[in-house]
Design a protein around this ligand. Structure first.
Ligand SMILES: [Zn+2]
Ligand SMILES: [Zn+2]
Length: 281
């Protein structure tokens, strides 16, 4: 599978010279399966550019999943141009959200006075699959997909995508240092990530910042690294970069992760995910 990151920032889009390398758009990940299907995870501001790319390519059949509906993960949805194209079919896998079904949630965000074009008026055909269960595995295109509840305010889901013996785990907005109601235990996250080829995990805070931000729903990058180490993953990507984190500060976090891994005598390859990064598994 090909994994492409259209947005890597948390909370709010940012712009400016300090963010030029890692990028300022919020969460949106595209997966291209071995069957050549397009699966989009989250609709943060990064989905705007993805939409233009899909129209250029003439893609009409699209699949979507959501981790949760905090604003940074849905704010790009109304600006996803394929929605306004005749002939587009958007199939949304309604993995169970604590707040209700995705159609109602997305309709609410696009209803006046928040947005001028109601979801019911878009040209695309939007359908929903209820196949996604909290427990167990579903098949999407040529991938097996498993979900796990996030430790996050208002809940959410993390996903594990497996195709041709390669595994990508996406756990954004997951706080390892605090148990939110409904979230999994640390041990369960370790098992979920076990031996993954790639783990992309919320790494929003430094240890110092976390003294102020504990229980806000996000992890420190050192806790996320520990999960990557305990689960024996091959590659660990820091994700959900704080809106105030400059490129240089992210470089420092990556460097620190690499030092920890080296001091431990080996472990995952560490990097901070950047906007437009493509990883083939
Ligand atoms: Zn977020
Ligand atoms: Zn969130």
């Amino acid at each position: 599978m090909l994994v492409r990151f259209w947005g890597v920032r948390g909370s709010i889009p940012v712009s400016g010279a300090d963010y030029a390398r890692y990028g300022g758009d919020t969460a949106c990940v595209e997966l291209r399966t071995a069957n050549d299907d397009v699966v989009v995870v989250d609709a943060g501001s990064g989905i705007r550019r993805l939409g233009s790319r899909l129209i250029e390519e003439g893609r009409k059949d699209l699949i979507m999943l959501f981790t949760h509906v905090h604003l940074d993960h849905i704010l790009g949805f109304p600006f996803f141009r394929p929605l306004y194209q005749e002939g587009t079919h958007l199939l949304i896998f309604d993995c169970p959200m604590a707040q209700g079904d995705m159609h109602t949630l997305l309709s609410t965000m696009m209803a006046p006075p928040f947005f001028p074009i109601p979801l019911g008026d878009v040209k695309a055909r939007v359908t929903h699959s209820q196949a996604c269960a909290m427990e167990g595995e579903i098949t999407i295109s040529s991938m097996e997909v498993r979900s796990i509840p996030l430790s996050h305010p208002n809940l959410g889901l993390g996903y594990k995508f497996t195709e041709k013996d390669k595994t990508f785990v996406f756990l954004t907005d997951n706080e390892l240092g605090h148990h939110h109601r409904g979230g999994a235990t640390y041990k369960e996250y370790v098992e979920f990530c076990r031996d993954a080829d790639l783990l992309v995990h919320d790494s929003e805070f430094t240890k110092d910042e976390y003294r102020q931000t504990k229980s806000w729903g996000h992890s420190t990058y050192t806790e996320a690294l520990r999960l990557a180490q305990d689960a024996g993953v091959a590659s660990f990507g820091l994700y959900h970069h704080n809106q105030d984190r400059s490129d240089h500060a992210l470089d420092d976090m990556v460097e620190h992760c690499r030092q920890i891994v080296a001091a431990d005598g080996g472990g995952p390859e560490c990097f901070a995910v950047y906007q437009d990064q493509e990883i083939t598994l």
